[in-house]
Write a protein that binds this ligand. Sequence first.
Ligand code: URA
Length: 182
Amino acid sequence: MNKFSCFKCPELANCRTNIVFGKEYSNSIKIMIIGEAPGKNEDISGEPFIGKSGKLLRNELNLNGIIDYYITNIVKCRPPNNRDPTDIEINNCMAHLIDEINDKNPNLILLLGRKSAGAIYQYFGIEFTNISEERGKIKKFEHNGSTINILSTYHPASTIFNKEYRLKFKEDIAKLANITGI
Ligand code: URA
């Protein structure tokens, strides 16, 4: 897939400025962070998580000394008006995400938000109830002969006006920092 090449989701292909690919902050990554879909700033720049929720996330990662990671989204094109990506769009884009997982071979994945967590749990055959129930729990799955640990948390955007979510989000990022050695 290149900047112009995917037309599986006609609505997204018509509206997008850029397909937003994942970005690596390190050359020896162990952690992969997966969000939902690009927003307006990401669509314009072509880089994931550079807007308000990205700043919040990076700030928390930095506070916990997490500087080596690869960051991407389950859906690579911005849904109009930042609506949630549909299940069809998530399925259409899943092959790209699996390519990224195969290529980066992370041993730890952080899932941001219910859409991202629900899609990945389902893909790997893990039961998903809801994000409030699943967040903060470490799950393991086998992929291509390796064990991948996954941790899910609230999407940073949902923590902007919700203090309780913000506290849990902070807890989860601190937990991520504690398990980077596993
Ligand atoms: N929210 C996401 O889930 N991903 C981005 O890249 C930006 C905002």
